[in-house]
Design a protein around this ligand. Sequence first.
Ligand code: FE
Ligand code: FE
Ligand code: ZN
Length: 276
Amino acid sequence: MFIGNHLSCAKGYEIMGKEALALGDNTFAFFTRNPRGSAVKELDPTDAQKLCNLMDEHHFGKLVAHAPYTMNVCAEKDHIRKFSWNVLAEDLARMEYIPNNYYNFHPGSHVGQGAETAIPIIAQAINNALKSEYHTTVLLETMAGKGSEVGRTFEELRAILDLVDLPDKVGVCFDTCHVWDAGYDIVGDLDGVFAEFDRVIGLDRLKAVHFNDSMNGIGSRKDRHQKIGEGEIGLEALKAVATHPILVGKPFILETPNDDEGYKKEIAMIRSWQQA
Ligand code: FE
Ligand code: FE
Ligand code: ZN
């Protein structure tokens, strides 16, 4: 199984690989730039290549890079939208230095425009940034539905996917906290949720998992992550997710409120479930 957590790319790519190994990761996530800002360091191709070598040597699964939270490709304000389209295009170009990985982003917040208006804009932003010669698969993250977030329902994600020009290069990242907060009962009826995902989107589009417990109840739309087994989803249900045959071989990324020691423990615990 491939499991890891979020690392900071501030110190460079190869260092992330080494940090990942030290934690017991064999995949990881990183923000492509300051998650709350936009600053981006110049990319060092040699450093990127070193990470690729390290990943090969240690049989890593695909990485799940994460766009900054400031990116809202369907923003109503012109300058935010332009900035966000640029970030997406620039980030995907940079991903070519670490080819064959995933780039995950939050579809966006429609801020009053309505999801019907936002959905085609999100698809256009992807079509503008993603090139047929690229080696990255772009992932839309399932959202909790906080505020005016687009992508709370599988139907909204499907509507975006239907409008992309390169459907083979676009998939979905399944965030357990978000799906639960959005109202899908992964505790009481996990198979039913996967059946629904399959019916609406298609399970072949499910590429990666954000593995989190939730501080709040089903349908709360709050998006507050909790440590594995300490939230409202709970240990048994999360164990069922981590060992579900549908998700075998997909990268699992922890976004739980932990320090390094906490992540090490969670990673070891999840690995022990899978070997049981
Ligand atoms: Fe996210
Ligand atoms: Fe997430
Ligand atoms: Zn979240």
